[in-house]
Structure formats: structure tokens, C-alpha cells
Design a protein around this ligand. Structure first.
Ligand code: GAL
Length: 393
């Protein structure tokens, strides 16, 4: 997969052979170097066509998670192919940095903004300035909340992603079969629940989809949550951080598992999954699922986690094809820039607190060990070598 050199080095350095070795900074190095720009100003980077067509600002949250680098690169390439100059910025998961980056995009004359927000509620001021300057705003993957000035939203069906995460947990435990029919296993199974960052609207959708799917089994006693922590506020993970998840899993093992074993963990994102797996591994679980590693879910099909799935350590992840998301963002941008209104396929779900934002939702898939090749390798998302090594080339 292109555009992942930098992250591959960091991921490779922390992955090494053992799980404990990837306990540190996850899929990348969350350093201040994360707040970067990859575009020169229009004057120096444009050429005639670009000068005529203008600049588009693309604000991505962080380079810690490899997907945002791939997203940013794909959007940039798509717009550049149409003759635009792209001001692509990553904010190091720092809210003021992202606000400043967007302020600069507006004052530097961007024609349109594509924004994957860190805190979905923190950009109202920026969006007001964009609206005053007549700049359309596309929310990318994450909804921007509390603002009337969001024109369009490209994302996946985030509730369904949560349903898929819970489904993969139930399949891993044997409660369901892979085709969705009831499995043979009756439990009771000890599980723990993790959610993403509360300031990310997606975290709420993922968790709603997951808990709606799991609740009937909790109610019937097939699933037990020994910690008793089932509210999203109790199970959330600020900024989706791997280390935060590892620490919470360690605390859960200490507080709730003196004699019992945990058998499944709902995780909303691969970085969080690796933190959970590291805590479990350090506590003596595993090394593989067959050896007693709990069933751990995920999201994003990050290469380090795809390798862990291939190695029977992580059970599943959710594949959201970010190439399709980027292509949809580019297509919608071109419509806006031509003075048209891009097509929406959902005009009811995403109420941002001020209005329902016209949205375009894409589909996602559950990745298990036995469909890594058909979903990820055959589609060119990862190569077989990358799956084997766990490192993006
Ligand atoms: C969410 C996104 C997920 C995952 C997570 C952590 O907003 O939808 O795919 O990337 O952020 O980066």
C-alpha cells in the first residue's frame, strides 16, 4: 500500500517478534513531528493549471494511525490529478493545531476544505469563517458537530461497523456462526468492552451498533462483563490511544480477574486492540487464540493487526476501504467546485446537533484469517508479503 513508508518504519520497529514489543507507540510514533504539512503553497507548487483551479485544504487528524496517512495521500493524489493544488496537513492529534491549520487554509484562499476532525465539536469558529468566505466544507470519515456550515459528509455506515465488530466477537466465541446463524457455544463467556474517543462522533455509532448486538446475549447470561463497565463513558479511550487501552486492560485484569479468565474483548480499532493484546500477553494469556488468548476484535485492517490475525493472535478486524472513501471525497469536491450538489445516499442519519448533514455512506467488511487474501490481498490493499511481515512497504 502506498504512502506508508514512514509509518512502516515505526511499526516495524515496535512490532518485532513478540507482542510486548509493540506495546509502545502503536502503529506509529506519536511525536510532535506528527504535526506536518505535505504541500507547498500554491505559488510554488502549482503550475498553470493548478494556479487556475486553486488550492484545496485537506486536514487530517494524525499520522499515528496509518490509515490517515493513506487517506491524506489518496485525496491529495486524486485532486492533483484534476489539476488542483492540495494543502494537506496532519495535526498530531492536537486540537489547537488542527484549528490553526484550518484557519490558515481559509486565509490562504483554499477553494474547499476536506476535514477529518480530531474533536468533532471544536471547529465551529473555523467553519463559520469558511462559510463567510464561501468555502464548501466536506466532513471526512468523522462528522463535524454543532455547526450549520458542514455541507457534506463522506463516511462508512458507522453503526453497521459496530454491529460487525460485535458480530465478529460472537463468531469468535462460537455463539454465532460466520454466516450469522446461531452457533453451538452457550457460554457463559467473560468479556470486556472498549470504545473509542468520546469527542469522535464515530465512537458513539460504533459502540451503539456493538452494544445493541451484544445486549441480548448479556441479558440472557451468555455474555458476562465481570468489570460491570458497559457505559460508553466507562469504556471510552481518549484519542483512540494504544497505551491508554493497554493500561485500562491491565487495570481490568487486576481488578476483575483474580481467578477468572477473560475470553473476549470488544475493541473498536486496531491500535486499541494491540494495546489490549499486549496487556493480555504480559499477563500470561496466549500467545495464540488456541493457547487461550481471548477473542479480540478491531477496525481499520492496519497491517500490524492483519499480521496478528494471520498469526492467530487477534481474531478479526473491520476493513473500510479508504481508497473508496478518498475517491468519494474527491468526486464530491469536484461537484461542489463546479457549483453542483454532490449525490448523498443518506439524508437522515447524521444529525450534527444543528442539522442533518447530507451523507454518502460506504460499506465495510469483517476480516477473519480465512478471508485476508480475498478481501485485502486480491483487492491490492495489502500484498501477501506485507501480511506476512506486518510492515507496509
Ligand atoms: C475513527 C475512524 C476509525 C479509526 C479511528 C481511530 O474516527 O472511523 O476508522 O481510524 O478513528 O483513528
Amino acid at each position: 500500500m502506498k504512502g506508508k513508508k514512514l509509518i512502516a518504519v515505526a511499526a516495524g520497529a515496535v512490532m518485532a517478534f513478540t507482542l510486548a514489543a509493540c506495546s509502545g507507540s502503536g502503529a506509529g510514533d506519536d511525536s510532535s513531528a506528527d504535526a506536518t504539512t505535505s504541500a507547498a503553497p500554491a505559488e510554488s507548487n502549482g503550475g498553470d493549471a493548478a494556479m487556475e483551479k486553486g488550492t484545496i485544504g485537506v486536514a487530517m487528524p494524525t499520522q499515528t494511525s496509518e490509515r490517515w496517512i493513506a487517506d491524506g495521500d489518496a485525496v491529495k493524489a486524486g485532486l492533483e490529478a484534476e489539476g488542483y493544488t492540495v494543502d494537506l496537513q496532519f495535526a498530531g492529534d492536537d486540537i489547537p493545531t488542527q484549528s490553526q491549520q484550518i484557519d490558515s487554509m481559509i486565509t490562504n484562499g483554499s477553494q474547499l476544505l476536506i476535514v477529518a476532525a480530531i474533536d468533532g465539536t471544536a471547529l465551529s469558529g473555523q467553519l463559520e469563517a469558511a462559510a463567510a468566505a464561501g468555502i464548501p466544507v466536506i466532513a471526512y470519515d468523522r462528522l463535524i458537530r454543532d455547526s450549520a456550515n458542514v455541507d457534506y459528509y463522506v463516511t462508512f455506515d458507522n453503526y453497521k461497523v459496530g454491529v460487525q465488530q460485535a458480530t465478529s466477537l460472537l463468531v469468535g466465541l462460537g455463539v454465532l456462526n460466520a454466516d450469522g446463524s446461531e452457533g453451538d457455544a452457550e457460554g457463559p463467556f467473560n468479556i470486556e468492552l472498549f470504545a473509542g474517543s468520546l469527542d469522535d462522533n464515530n465512537a458513539h455509532f460504533f459502540y451503539s451498533g456493538a452494544i445493541d448486538t451484544l445486549q441480548p446475549y448479556i441479558d440472557s447470561g451468555v455474555l458476562v462483563v465481570p468489570s460491570g463497565q458497559t457505559d460508553i463513558e466507562q469504556v471510552a479511550t481518549l484519542r483512540w490511544a494504544q497505551e491508554t487501552a493497554q493500561k485500562r486492560m491491565e487495570d481490568l485484569l487486576t481488578s476483575s480477574y483474580s481467578s477468572e479468565k477473560v475470553q473476549g474483548v470488544l475493541s473498536p480499532y486496531d491500535g486499541i486492540s494491540r494495546g489490549i493484546l499486549t496487556a493480555l500477553s504480559n499477563a500470561g494469556y496466549g500467545p495464540t487464540i488456541a493457547d487461550g488468548m481471548p477473542v479480540v476484535t478491531g477496525q481499520d485492517a492496519e497491517i500490524a493487526s492483519v499480521k496478528l490475525i494471520n498469526d492467530d493472535v487477534q481474531y478479526a478486524t473491520i476493513f473500510k476501504d479508504t481508497r473508496k472513501l478518498a475517491a468519494q471525497a474527491v468526486a464530491a469536491s469536484l461537484e461542489f467546485l463546479a457549483g453542483a450538489t454532490p449525490e448523498a445516499n443518506d439524508t437522515t442519519t447524521y444529525d450534527n446537533g444543528v442539522k442533518v448533514v447530507p451523507s454518502y455512506l460506504l460499506d465495510s467488511d469483517i476480516v477473519y484469517k480465512d478471508n485476508i487474501t480475498s478481501l485485502l490481498v486480491d483487492s491490492g490493499y495489502w500484498t501477501a508479503d506485507e501480511v506476512a511481515s506486518g510492515v507496509a512497504e
